[in-house]
Design a protein around this ligand. Structure first.
Ligand SMILES: Nc1ncnc2c1ncn2[C@@H]1O[C@H](COP(=O)(O)OP(=O)(O)OP(=O)(O)O)[C@@H](O)[C@H]1O
Length: 250
C-alpha cells in the first residue's frame, strides 16, 4: 500500500471566501476512504481540484509513482491518467440500453479494453462490466427506465469499465432505497480492493457500512481522520457536524 494521491497545503478562494484552506490529504492504493463534513465544508471543491476542473491558489496535488503534478494537467489528461469521477446525479445516456452505455464506456480512450476492442467480443466485455454492478439481467433495458439506484450503478459500472486507479464518488446513496444503498456499499467495497475509491457521503449508516478510514472536512480543511468511531467521538466533529440534522437527510 502506498500513497496514490497526495494533496499538500492546498488553498482555494472564491472571491475572498476560502473554500479550501491549507488542506492536506492523501489516499493510498488500494484504499476506500469516506469524506464527511457539513454543507459548504469544501467536499465538492476538493473533487473539483483533484479532477482539474478548478486550480488551487496554493499547494500541490501529486499523483502516482511519478508524483505527477495534477495542477498542471488538463481535465482530460487527469482523466486519462486514471482518475474517474462520479457526480451526485446519474449521467447516463437514457435512450441507450445498459449494454450500449457500457460498450461506449469500454471504447473510451482510458479503457484497457479499447486496445483489444476488435479482438474481444464487445458484448461479452459489456456483460462482464454489467455483472460488476448487478445489471447483467438488464443489458437490453433502456437506461431511461432504470430506477434511480440502477442508473447510479450503471454509471459506476461505466467508470469501472475504464479501470480508474482513483475513483471519486459524490454522494452515491442520495435518493436510493435502503436495499440499493446496501448493494452500493458492496460495490464500492469490492471496487476499492484493487484501486483507491474516495466517497463523499452524508448518510452515516452508509459510511458505517463502508467500514473504512474517514476524513472529516470542515471549513476547507481536514478536521479529523480515522475510523468512523474515532472521528464520531471527537468533540470538534460533534460540534460542527454530528449535532446537525443534515447528517442523515442530505
Ligand atoms: N464556483 C464557486 N464560486 C463561489 N463560491 C463557491 C464556488 N464553488 C464553491 N463555492 C463555495 O465554497 C464553499 C464550499 O462548497 P462545496 O460545494 O465544496 O461544499 P460541500 O462540502 O461539497 O457542501 P455540500 O455538502 O453542501 O455539497 C461553499 O461555501 C460554496 O458556496
Amino acid at each position: 500500500m502506498s500513497a496514490l494521491l497526495e494533496v499538500s497545503g492546498v488553498s482555494k478562494s472564491f472571491d475572498s471566501f476560502k473554500a479550501i484552506d491549507n488542506l492536506s490529504f492523501s489516499v493510498n492504493e488500494p484504499e476506500l476512504r469516506a469524506i464527511i463534513g457539513p454543507n459548504g465544508a469544501g467536499k465538492t471543491t476538493f473533487m473539483d481540484l483533484v479532477t482539474g476542473k478548478i486550480r488551487p491558489d496554493t499547494g500541490s496535488i501529486r499523483y502516482g509513482e511519478l508524483s505527477r503534478d495534477l495542477t498542471k494537467m488538463s481535465e482530460a489528461q487527469i482523466a486519462r491518467a486514471g482518475i474517474g469521477r462520479k457526480f451526485q446525479k446519474p449521467t447516463v445516456f437514457e435512450d441507450q440500453t445498459v449494454g450500449e452505455n457500457l460498450t461506449m464506456a469500454l471504447a473510451a480512450p482510458r479503457s484497457p479494453f479499447a486496445v483489444l476492442f476488435r479482438r474481444v467480443d464487445a458484448r461479452a466485455a459489456a456483460r462482464e462490466a454489467a455483472a460488476r454492478v448487478g445489471l447483467e439481467d438488464r443489458m437490453g433495458t433502456p437506461a431511461g427506465i432504470l430506477s434511480h439506484g440502477q442508473k447510479q450503478w450503471l454509471e459506476i459500472g461505466m467508470l469501472l469499465a475504464q479501470e480508474p486507479r482513483l475513483l471519486l464518488v459524490d454522494e452515491p446513496a442520495a435518493g436510493m432505497t435502503s436495499a440499493e444503498r446496501e448493494r452500493t456499499t458492496e460495490m464500492l467495497v469490492e471496487a476499492a480492493k484493487t484501486r483507491a475509491v474516495v466517497v463523499i457521503e452524508h448518510d452515516m449508516e452508509f459510511v458505517r457500512r463502508l467500514n473504512c478510514r474517514v476524513t472529516v472536512l470542515h471549513e476547507g480543511h481536514a478536521l479529523a481522520e480515522g475510523s468512523l468511531d474515532h472521528v464520531c467521538a471527537d468533540p470538534r466533529v460533534i460540534d460542527v457536524y454530528l449535532g446537525r440534522s443534515e447528517t442523515t437527510d442530505a
